[in-house]
Structures are given as structure tokens and as C-alpha cells.
Design a protein around this ligand. Structure first.
Ligand SMILES: Cc1cc2nc3c(=O)[nH]c(=O)nc-3n(C[C@H](O)[C@H](O)[C@H](O)COP(=O)(O)OP(=O)(O)OC[C@H]3O[C@@H](n4cnc5c(N)ncnc54)[C@H](O)[C@@H]3O)c2cc1C
Length: 355
């Protein structure tokens, strides 16, 4: 039997992991990534240290990228899949990139097209885009990775920074009913990074409840309070205004003290949620994949077959099916690789039996 040839769309943590396992098992992997580099959203948006162990993104993802590049996988960056036609013997795909178009025949497809950040402009009460010192997760990750924590309004080091959880998550008013799973953890790890860089900056996390599941509870939540002095306020900021001195004023209800609070702050970081990326929606439409009610790709069975889809020969992994962390995305990439390889092997046994 010829070695299985599998197309992977998306070169983030999930797609890289799928490519790695396909080539390790003797298959041929064609990895198509629309950006000019591999590593996905953490690389594109310059994330800083990663939860839960506060390791730099490079330390976590570069060994995987290097190993995929050396594995013999064909990595096509700056490229997109234009069309996919399925036939009796697999799929014919057209890939464009670098001003050229190539046609490939593949036996199976793995979709790893990832997520997008929710756009905080949609929640006008938080004044994103109005007051420069209201920023979002991705803005702050970039600031941390540049090692330059300053107020965008005046270039000064802030005295007080607050995180507002669940912006564009668990919010029926904006049509986002689900939890983004990472918002608590990422806010806490950003606050810990700030305290590590400059302990003179006070950090406050406004929360409804804290969802640092599993081992992330003691690695992040307790550690942040006990070792880093991060402070927590249970309550939701209703609106953000600007005082006469140019500082921000967060109007909130402290639900532990049961009274309204008005806290002057120098910067507010909006913990923006995750939604399906445009690439995920486009790819789903191209392959005829159904979306689930929140707009992500619907797995065949979310409980027992999370990386299979209703389209034979098409598998899905990582945040294309919903919010999740890097380790889970990498695990799903491996799972999708095995499912795709098994699909091709079983199909070829059937073809041989018929011959
Ligand atoms: C602010 C923030 C901080 C985070 N920090 C952490 C953390 O500290 N620890 C942690 O474990 N997780 C963290 N995460 C989660 C982490 O980013 C995701 O788990 C991870 O990026 C998911 O990997 P993925 O491969 O599924 O998707 P992505 O990383 O989004 O990669 C998808 C890739 O597919 C490509 N693509 C999309 N469409 C197409 C197309 N049509 N054709 C070709 N290519 C396409 C994209 O360009 C992208 O490179 C964080 C998330 C956020 C929002």
C-alpha cells in the first residue's frame, strides 16, 4: 500500500501536531498555512509567557515547528486551499500560494483552522477604541512580549491595572452564551507577569467566578494571590469612564461587599473570548462540514468522536471545534492524525478486498 497522503489545513499547535504524527507514522503530510510562518495564533499575535507554567511561547512551540519542518512534511506557508473535490479514491485539492496553483490528490483531510479573538468594539460600555488605556488580551500579550508595560495614552508606567473577565463570553447580550475556557487563566497569568516584571504595579482581577480547572487552580489562581499579590474583586464592571485626571474609573458592583464601587485605574485589560476564525467558517463551507450552535465545526459526536466529522475522510482538531488550551489542541492534533491514518488504511483494505 502506498503511504497515506493527508492534507492538513492550518499550521497552529493542532495542525503541527497532526503533521508531526502523520509523518512519524510513515504517512505523507501536506500542511497548508495561510500566514507566512508556522505556529498559529500564539505566534501571529506575539503571545508572551504561556499558562500554566509561564514558559515563553518559543520554548513551547519552536521545538514542534522545527521537528515538523525536519520531519519531511511538506509545509506550504502563505498558501490556501482553494477547492476540494471528493471522489471514490480520496480528494483532489487545489492549493494556491506564491502566485502559483498546484493540484494534489490526498486520501484524507485534517482541519486545524483555529479560532479568532472576539472583537471588543462590540461592547460599547467598555469603551474599547474610545479610551486608549482600555485594551484587550491580544494588545496586552504584545505589550508583555515587548517588555513594555505603559499606558498607551501617555507612555507612563501604570500604577494600577485591572482585568475584566468574560468580555464576549457568557454574555447573552452579545450573543455569546459559552465560556471561553482560557479567559480566567490568561488574565491571571498576565497579572502574574506584570507583578514579576514590576511589583510596584497593583493588579486587580474583576470576576464572576474563577474557572482555572484542574491543575491550573494551584498553578495560577492560588499562586497568583500567595506569591504574586494579585488581588481579586468579585463583581462585574458595568461601565468604564474617564476622570478629570485622565485615569479610568471602573463602575462596578462588588458582590462580596454588596455595594457599588468606583475604582480609579490606569489601564483595563478586557479578557476577550474566543470564536470560530474566518478560516474555520470558510473551510467548513468548502468541505460541507456542519457548524454547531456557537459557530464552530461540529464533530461527529462531541463526547465519543470529537475529532471525526460527518464527512468521510475529513477530521478536525484544536480550536476549530471550540475554545481550548494549547496542550488540548496538540492532543487533538495527534488524535486526528491517528483517525485519518486509520481511515485511509481501512479504506485501502476494503479496496484490496474488492479487487
Ligand atoms: C489571549 C490568549 C492567550 C492564550 N494563552 C494561552 C496560554 O497561555 N496557554 C495555553 O495553553 N493556551 C493559550 N491560549 C489558547 C491557544 O491560543 C490555543 O489553544 C491555540 O492557539 C489553538 O491552536 P489551534 O492550532 O487550534 O489554532 P490557531 O493557533 O488559531 O491556529 C490555526 C492556524 O490555522 C491557520 N488558518 C486558518 N484558516 C486557514 C485557511 N483557510 N487556510 C490555511 N490556514 C488557515 C491560521 O492562520 C492559524 O495559523 C490563549 C488564547 C488566547 C485568546
Amino acid at each position: 500500500m502506498a503511504s497515506p497522503k493527508i492534507l492538513i489545513i492550518g499550521g497552529g499547535p493542532a495542525g503541527l501536531s497532526a503533521a508531526q504524527d502523520i509523518t512519524d507514522a510513515g504517512g505523507e503530510a501536506i500542511l497548508v498555512e495561510q500566514e507566512g510562518f508556522l505556529g498559529g495564533t500564539p505566534k501571529r499575535l506575539h503571545y508572551s509567557l504561556l499558562a500554566p507554567d509561564l514558559k515563553p511561547v518559543e520554548e513551547v512551540l519552536d521545538p514542534l515547528i522545527d521537528s515538523v519542518q525536519q520531519s519531511g512534511a511538506r509545509c506550504m506557508t502563505g498558501a490556501k486551499v482553494e477547492s476540494v473535490n471528493s471522489g471514490r479514491n480520496g480528494f483532489t485539492v487545489t492549493i494556491s500560494g506564491g502566485g502559483k496553483k498546484v493540484e494534489e490528490k490526498v486520501d484524507a483531510v485534517v482541519v486545524a483552522t483555529g479560532f479568532a479573538h472576539w472583537d471588543p468594539h462590540k461592547k460599547y460600555e467598555y469603551a474599547y477604541g474610545v479610551y486608549p488605556d482600555v485594551i484587550d488580551f491580544k494588545d496586552f500579550e504584545k505589550m508583555l512580549s515587548d517588555g513594555n508595560i505603559v499606558r498607551p495614552s501617555n507612555g507612563q508606567v501604570p500604577r494600577r491595572v485591572a482585568w475584566l473577565l468574560c468580555v464576549g463570553s457568557r454574555d447573552r447580550q452579545v450573543g455569546k452564551f459559552y465560556c471561553c475556557r482560557l479567559g480566567c487563566a490568561v488574565s491571571i497569568k498576565q497579572a502574574m507577569e506584570v507583578r514579576r516584571i514590576n511589583p510596584a504595579i497593583d493588579t486587580y482581577v474583576y470576576y464572576m467566578d474563577i474557572r482555572t480547572y484542574g491543575f491550573w487552580e494551584d498553578k495560577l489562581y492560588w499562586k497568583s494571590m500567595e506569591e504574586f499579590g494579585v488581588k481579586y474583586i468579585r463583581g462585574r464592571i458595568g461601565s468604564i469612564n474617564r476622570g478629570e485626571d485622565g485615569r479610568l474609573i471602573a463602575m462596578a458592583e462588588d458582590t462580596i461587599l454588596q455595594r457599588p464601587s468606583e475604582v480609579p485605574l490606569d489601564m483595563v485589560v478586557l479578557a476577550t473570548g474566543m470564536e470560530a476564525s474566518e478560516g474555520t467558517r470558510e473551510t467548513a463551507a468548502m468541505l460541507g462540514l456542519e457548524l454547531e450552535e456557537h459557530g464552530f465545526v461540529k464533530p461527529l459526536e462531541s463526547d465519543s468522536m470529537p475529532v471525526s466529522t460527518a464527512v468521510p475522510g475529513v477530521f478536525v482538531c484544536g480550536t476549530a471545534t471550540g475554545p481550548k488550551a494549547i496542550p488540548d489542541s496538540i492532543t487533538e492534533g495527534s488524535a486526528a492524525a491517528i483517525k485519518a491514518l486509520n481511515y485511509v488504511r481501512k479504506r485501502s483494505i476494503k479496496v484490496q478486498a474488492r479487487a
